[in-house]
Design a protein around this ligand. Structure first.
Ligand code: HEM
Length: 123
C-alpha cells in the first residue's frame, strides 16, 4: 500500500504545497504576526521534512519537538484551526483528493496538544 506521501506526489508536490501553505498563512492577518522575523526558507525546509515524515515519506524530521518550537508563542486553538484550514486549502488546490486531505488533517489535529499554548488554551 502506498503512503500518503507517495499518493500526493512525493517531495516535489510537498514542497509546492508548503510554499502555497505559507503564502496563505502569511496572507492571513490573524496568523502573519507570529511569523515576523522568522527565517522562512529554513522554516519551510523543516516543515517539508516534518510533513514528509508525518505522511510516511522517507525523510526524517530532525528539528526540535513541536512543544519546544511553539513554546511561549501564545498560539490559541483558533490559530491552530486557521493553520489547518490553510493546509487543507493548499492540499486541495494541489489536486489532493478530499478524502486524503481529511486523513492528513486528522493526522495533524492531535498536534494541537503540543502547539497550542497552555495559558492561551486556558483563557
Ligand atoms: C499542524 C500544525 C503545525 C505544524 C505541523 C507546525 C510545524 C512547525 C515546524 C516543523 C516548524 C519549524 C521548526 C524549526 O525550524 O525548528 C515550525 C515553526 C514555527 N511555527 Fe509551527 N507548526 C504548526 C502550527 C503552527 C501554528 C498554529 C502557529 C501559529 C499560529 C505556528 C507558528 C510557528 C512559528 C512562529 C514558527 C517559527 C519558530 C521559530 O523559528 O522560532 N505553527 N512549526
Amino acid at each position: 500500500m502506498s503512503t500518503i506521501y507517495e499518493q500526493i506526489g512525493g517531495h516535489a508536490a510537498l514542497v509546492a504545497v508548503v510554499d502555497d501553505f505559507y503564502v496563505r498563512v502569511l496572507g492571513d492577518e490573524t496568523l502573519a504576526p507570529f511569523f515576523i522575523g522568522v527565517a522562512m526558507p529554513r522554516l519551510k525546509g523543516h516543515q517539508v521534512e516534518f510533513f514528509a515524515s508525518a505522511l510516511g515519506g522517507p525523510m526524517e524530521y530532525r528539528g526540535r519537538s513541536m512543544k519546544d518550537v511553539h513554546r511561549g508563542l501564545g498560539v490559541e486553538q483558533a490559530h491552530f484551526d486557521g493553520v489547518a484550514a490553510h493546509l487543507s486549502g493548499a492540499l486541495v488546490s494541489a489536486g489532493v483528493p478530499a478524502e486524503t486531505v481529511s486523513t492528513i488533517i486528522d493526522t495533524i489535529a492531535p498536534l494541537a496538544a503540543d502547539i497550542v499554548s497552555p495559558t492561551a488554551a486556558a483563557s
